[in-house]
Ligand binder design. Sequence first.
Ligand SMILES: NC(=O)C1=CN([C@@H]2O[C@H](COP(=O)(O)OP(=O)(O)OC[C@H]3O[C@@H](n4cnc5c(N)ncnc54)[C@H](O)[C@@H]3O)[C@@H](O)[C@H]2O)[C@@H](O)CC1
Ligand SMILES: [K+]
Length: 500
Amino acid sequence: MKQIVTGGQMKFLDDYTIRKIGIPSLVLMERAALSVYQALLEEKFPLKKVLVLCGTGNNGGDGVAVARMLHVTGVSADICILGKKDHYTEEMRKQVNIAENYHISFVKNAVPAEYTTIVDAVFGVGLSREVDGIYRDTIEALNRSEARIMAVDIPSGISADTGKVLGCAVKADVTVTFAYEKAGLLFYPGASYAGKVRTADIGIYKLPRNDFELSVLRCEEKDLYRIPERKPDGNKGTYGKIFLAAGSRDISGAAYLSACAALRTGAGMIKVHTREENRQVLTTMLPEAMYSFYDDEEIKKEQIQEGLTWADVIGVGPGLGTGQQAEDILYTILAEGGKPLLIDADGLNLLAGRMEVLTQYPAPILITPHLGEFSRISGVSVKEWKEAPLYLTRRFAQKYHLTVVCKDSRTVISDGSEEIFINTSGNSGMATAGSGDVLFGILMGLLAQGLTAKEAAPLGVYFHGMAGDLAASQKGEYSMIAGDMITQTTEILKKRGTVL
Ligand SMILES: NC(=O)C1=CN([C@@H]2O[C@H](COP(=O)(O)OP(=O)(O)OC[C@H]3O[C@@H](n4cnc5c(N)ncnc54)[C@H](O)[C@@H]3O)[C@@H](O)[C@H]2O)[C@@H](O)CC1
Ligand SMILES: [K+]
């Protein structure tokens, strides 16, 4: 797991390192600047003529120090400072003073088009309002230039918390961020403004994870070891039994994809409860699953009860429909399930406006809404969510006592606790029909093998994104389809235990 920070947390850590640990601010700044200087060389930036664009805060201070490092190695670097002298921070004032002693050239009205490389040190985590005026004009000119752009800490104009563009923002080729990745570098559009992100250790105190009031995390490949190990003496029962209510009249794809993904992820057994019309297609396509079918008659509660008693994990929703039968099935499960429960798609649509029923359920619940569904069940608009994704996802999980996987290009996962996850795997090819059903299946499979909802959710989402990335590498983002992601789960599971 990788620790991510918000802008506020980074400021706290800077401050803690300086005041409590005692590392002087200028020492951190020197290391920050050195890491940017090294990245310019390693990333082979064209250093024929460099412009370092600085603000008046400490991000600007970093920039002035980078210009000095370039200057002393014989690179022609101009410094252009936006903002008034009396706004300089103490560190910025010192850096400017040093640069003046070195006779580095300061330019007033830089023309970005004249430079081969531009270092963006206008705003870092201190950006506090919309960018306008001279800042906006300069950033727009910079984005129009042919120069390669290196952002210091975060592209100026990007919110470190949400990745939002505040007015306008620098489009960087590479961003060197200090100590921790900022949430705004992971969320879109920030992620696409940042280009390649390099994280540099500059000596900031590494606060233990538990000491963060809110710990923002992301999974990485080595977390695959968290997928439960296969036991040599295991049997079908060892790996869990799933009861899945999915599919509706002549809608079988979602049931197939989620059941198949659950088995491919390693679940021991799955019983699919679906409409009679799906019998032939499902039993032909997935004979490995067990089935119980229902028709036009009233829902046979005993049939469902039998499945619920037998199962370790329950899933409901994919392709279920929102008619009376679907509703009866869902409410029977809610009343009598009593086992870890996953709800997706139509299951969630049926719950809109009645979410509080979930707080009565006696076992853990995991739901996987996309943003539209989240909006319907929470009353939070998509626009509002984008303003505060971490806070709103967590608040919702707390309110209904469940684990929520809020699906977007950067899925956010929260169980309401102090640990919240942002997922970074995956690609636009996964925006294809059935992709969510595959995720649902993977999550059912992980829960069936004994992970808790909190453990399974971030890992399953990451795993699903990896499967999507592998599928894209083989079929391309245009052509990949949901079934390709199931195929790739096999490859990923083969890696489990081999990736360190
Ligand atoms: N000693 C430290 O605290 C360290 C700070 N570092 C750097 O310092 C940065 C944070 O520095 P600061 O907290 O000084 O903040 P910034 O340098 O990010 O920006 C703050 C300045 O910009 C102004 N500002 C904010 N939004 C504006 C807008 N829209 N239009 C015009 N002006 C605006 C503020 O009033 C303030 O003067 C980090 O991102 C990092 O690059 C690093 O050098 C590491 C050490
Ligand atoms: K910057």
